[in-house]
Design a protein around this ligand. Structure first.
Ligand code: IPM
Ligand code: MG
Length: 375
């Protein structure tokens, strides 16, 4: 079997240090799965420049060499991007890492289906600002965000009208095919979980939501075993705080998903607990949902959970290693259950023991190494 190439885009800020922890887990997955001839995983891990640092070094936030690496790779693992305000100001607006690298990456690989798991299990409960009665048995939501349409990618125009007023126009466009494919992914995910899909929309105001809901209903007819519930996006924001347990799978368009997924990180207590998978028809990339935290970069204090969680999602989705992915999730939970935390997640008054980024990664690796081996 030839090696499976993974493009590693470290990104900016805390990116390189949390990527190092992700690499430990990938290498361990490789050694655990290269035991016999029917089961022989070989990974080729190649780093590529991406983000603001790439702009400063190469004059391009998504250099041609990185584009080619991503084209060749079987999957892409990406760290967070962006620098502090001052350094960002030095980069021309269209070359800033969001517009110049991240959106082009999404577009290049048409990664329309963004999975953002919102999970709060056992040892993570104390991170949440919600009361224990609201958390109940725990939070376990799969938020599915359409990632390559809507306002993010619509036509944009700015100018000055005849009356001298400056104006801006941005368009929110979806066609039925774009909605249908994300709906199908969402229904399938709901079918594989509890059989309930919450569709998040704003059809009382937006025509785009009217079409969105119509197509959801049409696709829903093929999934008679899945119950489709419609919730307005503003109400959904409230319910996420008051009663997150009512949600299992949620689907929504790009902009709503950007906002609600950060809110979902808020109810967990940190965006540092939000990994993600961005799936396209041929290729997927995986990334933490949080930013690059330049204020704590290089200090060995950032928690690698979302980066390692993204590795777990890669193992499951791109390599078909679901059991290994589950072991990685369990290993991370075990480290929290043992009372360890990194400084970025530490809460005042908590008895948790604060350790560094690399020590956290080492402990996750230790637990993962002792998990039952692949059959
Ligand atoms: C996210 C981020 C991005 C987005 C930014 C960095 C462009 O906030 O992945 O949620 O808005 O999609
Ligand atoms: Mg966001």
């Amino acid at each position: 079997m030839s090696a499976f190439t993974i493009a590693l885009l470290d990104g900016d800020g805390i990116g390189p240090e949390i990527m190092s922890e992700a690499v430990k887990i990938l290498r361990l997955a490789e050694s655990r799965n290269s035991g016999n001839s029917s089961n022989c995983l070989e990974l080729e891990l190649q780093h590529g420049a991406f983000g603001a640092s790439a702009w400063f070094c190469h004059g391009d936030p998504f250099p041609e060499a990185t584009r080619e690496l991503c084209d060749r790779a079987g999957a892409i693992l990406k760290g967070p991007i962006g620098l502090d305000h001052e350094r960002t100001e030095q980069i021309p607006v269209d070359m800033r890492p969001e517009r110049g690298a991240l959106l082009p990456l999404r577009q290049r690989f048409d990664t329309f289906a963004n999975f953002r798991p919102v999970r709060l299990a056992g040892g993570l409960r104390h991170f949440s600002p919600l009361k224990p009665a609201v958390i109940g048995a725990g939070i376990d939501i799969m938020l599915i965000r359409e990632l390559v349409g809507g306002l993010y990618f619509g036509a944009k125009e700015t100018g000055r009208r005849a009356d001298g007023r400056r104006y801006v126009r941005e368009s929110l466009e979806y066609d039925d095919a774009q909605i249908e494919r994300i709906a199908r992914v969402a229904f399938e995910t709901a079918r594989s979980r509890k059989g309930v899909l919450h569709n998040i929309h704003k059809s009382n105001v937006l025509k785009s939501s009217v079409l969105w809901n119509e197509v959801l209903g049409e696709v829903g007819r093929e999934f008679a075993d899945v119950e489709l519930r419609h919730v307005l996006v503003d109400a959904a924001a409230t319910y996420l705080c008051l009663d997150p347990g009512q949600f299992d799978v949620m689907v929504m368009e790009n902009m709503f998903g950007d906002i609600l997924s950060d809110q979902a990180g808020g109810i967990l207590g940190s965006l540092g607990l939000m990994p993600s998978a961005c799936l396209g028809p041929d290729k997927a990339y995986y990334e933490p949902s949080h930013g690059s935290a330049p204020d704590i970069a290089g200090r060995n204090v950032a928690n690698p959970y979302s980066m390692i969680g993204s590795v777990a999602m890669l193992l499951e989705q791109s390599l078909g290693l679901k059991a290994e992915a589950d072991h990685v999730w369990r290993a991370m939970r075990a480290v929290f259950d043992q009372g360890y935390v990194t400084a970025d997640l530490a809460r005042q008054g908590s008895k948790a023991r604060t350790i560094g980024t690399s020590a956290f990664g080492d402990l996750v690796a230790e637990h993962y190494a002792t998990a039952p081996g692949p059959a």
